[in-house]
Design a protein around this ligand. Structure first.
Ligand code: COI
Length: 386
């Protein structure tokens, strides 16, 4: 793959210093990737110093929100790695989001190689404490300068990266607000796509949640507001009678890569996982009668965070009576919190502290080449509308 490299790259890398503390998403790596789509094709990507991009005020992204993104992490704990975790899943989901949002597909080569080049260059700035990482944000925006409501013909793919600590700074578990007024996604809508609008429309609820003292919103189905779906940027799991339950993917929920990894790890440790409809009634009743003994949120940024309680707008709180469950570990039946156990296994896999039987961990080579596998038979329609 060809790449244009800005002359200032070495200089900005040399003068970059990691602040302390680094926070989440606030410290930006000093370089970024951009690549433009024009006249039906992607151009040559550029490696540039991180900085403002110039767009006309009528660029379609500002008016019609044609935008998609991904969240990925590179790990370099104890000087191992850097490793990516299941990056092909992010690539596939990016193109699924592109399809839903009438945006052009991007090739695996541009997506993967540019990300690996960026990671390689900023590798010395990846924090090495367990739980810390380089948070990578590939995204695509519509840039055509036109106010007509039609899919853009021009786009920009950008990758930025942020050396980051935990998403939630506070150690205490989440208290989750049950949102009974607004909804996040409808059948046939964009709930399954990773597009900015889904997050923007949830912000009104996060203001309400914060005002009421909650730390997250739980979204319900749009039709009857009876079924639990997900939280804003995180999937939901509960432990009921020792089994894991997570809302099934109905088309309105984002298919989390952390979600699917936890399901696989749990099943491989003889923990039963039920992907099914979880009603709000069942959630509340299960907490009240003590059958639900754990709940947690998961996602790339958050990893896994336990939930202490769910609550209503009127201040009613359903507090989980936390209890240990049984599962298999290293050939033995052990007792413990399932969420804490899954988080430990997942993090150890991601950070390179555990042998990876799944082939999920991808080492980023230090002089990046094209050694990764190109997906064959992947639906590579050149573009939908361009
Ligand atoms: C991620 O987990 O990567 C997301 O995009 C969610 C957001 C809350 C940061």
């Amino acid at each position: 793959m060809k790449l244009k490299i800005d002359d200032r790259i070495e200089e900005v890398l040399k003068s970059f210093k990691l602040p302390d503390p680094i926070g989440f998403g606030t410290t930006l790596a000093p370089i970024m990737i951009t690549c433009d789509f024009k006249e039906g094709q992607w151009g040559v990507p550029s490696l540039l110093p991180y900085g403002p991009i110039q767009l006309n005020p009528t660029a379609k992204v500002f008016h019609y929100g044609q935008e998609i993104f991904e969240g990925m992490k590179a790990y370099r704990v104890s000087k191992k790695g850097p490793y990516l975790f299941r990056p092909l899943e992010n690539f596939k989901r990016f193109n699924l989001s592109a399809k839903r949002m009438a945006m052009p597909y991007i090739s695996e080569e541009i997506f993967m190689e540019t990300i690996k080049i960026l990671i390689d260059k900023v590798s010395p700035f990846i924090p090495d404490q367990s739980g810390d990482s380089l948070y990578i944000r590939p995204f695509m925006i519509s840039t055509e300068d036109h106010l007509g409501i039609a899919p853009s013909k021009e786009f920009k793919f950008i990758v930025v990266a942020s050396p980051s600590a935990s998403y939630f700074q506070q150690a205490k578990p989440l208290s989750v607000f049950i949102e009974r007024e607004y909804v996040r996604a409808v059948e046939g809508g964009t709930g399954q796509a990773k597009t900015g609008g889904n997050y923007a429309s949830g912000l009104v609820s996060s203001i309400k949640a914060e005002r009421l003292g909650y730390s997250q919103t739980l979204w319900l189905d749009a039709e009857k507001k009876e079924i639990c779906e997900e939280m804003s940027g995180m999937n939901l799991f509960i432990v009921k009678n020792g089994n894991l339950v997570t809302p099934a993917l109905t088309g309105t929920i984002l298919e989390g890569i952390t979600r699917s990894s936890l399901i696989r790890i749990a099943r491989d440790h003889n923990i039963e996982v039920q992907e099914r409809s979880l009603s709000l009634k069942e959630l509340i009743q299960g907490i009240k009668d003590g059958q639900i003994t754990e709940a947690f949120a998961c996602g790339t940024a958050v990893i896994l965070k336990s939930i202490a309680s769910f609550g209503e707008e009127d201040g009613t709180v359903y507090k989980i009576q936390s209890k240990e469950s049984e599962y298999n570990y290293q050939g033995k039946r052990v007792r413990g919190q399932i969420g804490a156990f899954l988080k430990e296994v997942l993090l150890n896999l991601q950070e390179g502290q555990l042998e990876d039987p799944y082939g999920w961990r991808v080492k980023v080579p230090s002089s990046v080449d094209t050694d990764h596998k190109i997906i064959k038979n992947y639906d590579q329609e050149a573009s939908l509308n361009c």
